[in-house]
Design a binder for this molecule. Structure first.
Ligand SMILES: Nc1ncnc2c1ncn2[C@@H]1O[C@H](COP(=O)(O)OP(=O)(O)OP(=O)(O)O)[C@@H](O)[C@H]1O
Ligand SMILES: [Mg+2]
Length: 229
C-alpha cells in the first residue's frame, strides 16, 4: 500500500487563556495520487489539520507521516527541508512575495531547492505555461495581476518542484466561478499527469463536486469519509 500521508490519533489543543480542542483524534491515510477535499463548518479544524500535515505547527498528541517519514519527530531544520522537497502549499491569501515578479516568485521555490539558474528559468517558464499565465504577465509583480492570475502563480510555485503532496487551504475562496473552475481543471490535470496528491480544505461546492474523496470534519473529528466512483 502506497500511502503518501498517514495521520494517527492527531490532537491539537490551542491554549491561549482557555483551551480550544481543535482536533480530537484524527486518523487518516491518503494514497498516492488522491484528489481529496476536507470540508466542514467554520472552526471544525480544517486549517489546523493542513498546518499539522505540512509541519507548519506541532500537534499536542499524535503522529503524522509523509512518505513514511515522521513529520512529528522532525527538528525545525528537518521540517524545513521536508517542506521544500516533498510539499507544495497554496494558501488562501496566495502569500506571493510582493517585490518579485510572477516568474521570480516561482523561481524562488527552486532557489530554495538549490536548482541552478538556467534550469530554474526553464522550469519556471514551463510551469507558468501550464497554468496558462501569458508571457506578458510573467514579468509583472503580484499587485499588478488579478486575483485569478495571482492564484495561478501561487499554484505554479507550489507545483514547480514536483512535490509529492500539494496542500491547499480554500484555494478557490477568492476566485469567481470562471477562475475557480479553471484552477480545478489545472489541478486535476496535474494530478493525472504527475500523480501529485492534492488535499484541499474547502467550503466551496464547486470544489467538493470535483473531488474523488471527501472527508468531513466536525468539531475536530472526522465524521465522514466518502469516495466517489
Ligand atoms: N492560533 C490559534 N489559537 C487559538 N485557537 C485557534 C487558533 N487557530 C485556530 N483556533 C481554533 O481552533 C478551532 C479550529 O480552527 P481552524 O482554523 O482549524 O478551523 P477551520 O475549519 O479552518 O475554519 P474556517 O472554515 O473558518 O477556516 C477553532 O475553534 C479556532 O477558533
Ligand atoms: Mg480555515
Amino acid at each position: 500500500m502506497d500511502n503518501v500521508v498517514e495521520i494517527r490519533d492527531l490532537h491539537k489543543v490551542y491554549r491561549d487563556g482557555f483551551d480550544v480542542h481543535a482536533l480530537r483524534g484524527v486518523d487518516l491515510d491518503v494514497a498516492r495520487g488522491e484528489f481529496m477535499t476536507i470540508a466542514g463548518p467554520s472552526g471544525s479544524g480544517k486549517t489546523t489539520l493542513l498546518n499539522l500535515l505540512g509541519g507548519l505547527d506541532r500537534p499536542t498528541e499524535g503522529r503524522v507521516f509523509i512518505e513514511g517519514q515522521e513529520v512529528t519527530a522532525m527538528s525545525r531544520s528537518e521540517l524545513a527541508d521536508m517542506r521544500r522537497r516533498r510539499l507544495g502549499f497554496v494558501f488562501q491569501s496566495f502569500n506571493l512575495i510582493p517585490v518579485l515578479t510572477a516568474r521570480e516568485n516561482v523561481e524562488f521555490a527552486l532557489i530554495l531547492r538549490g536548482v541552478g539558474a538556467e534550469r530554474r528559468r526553464a522550469l519556471a517558464q514551463n510551469v507558468l505555461e501550464q497554468v496558462s499565465l501569458d508571457e506578458g504577465m510573467r514579468e509583472r509583480r503580484p499587485l499588478d495581476l488579478s486575483g485569478g492570475q495571482q492564484q495561478r502563480v501561487a499554484v505554479a510555485r507550489a507545483i514547480v518542484g514536483e512535490p509529492a503532496v500539494v496542500l491547499a487551504d480554500e484555494p478557490t475562496a477568492n476566485l469567481d466561478t470562471e477562475n475557480a473552475l479553471a484552477l480545478l481543471d489545472l489541478m486535476e490535470r496535474l494530478n493525472e499527469e504527475r500523480q501529485a496528491t492534492f488535499i484541499f480544505s474547502t467550503h466551496d461546492p464547486r470544489v467538493m463536486e470535483r473531488a474523488r474523496r471527501r472527508v468531513t470534519l466536525r468539531d475536530g473529528e472526522v465524521v465522514s469519509d466518502e469516495r466517489v466512483a
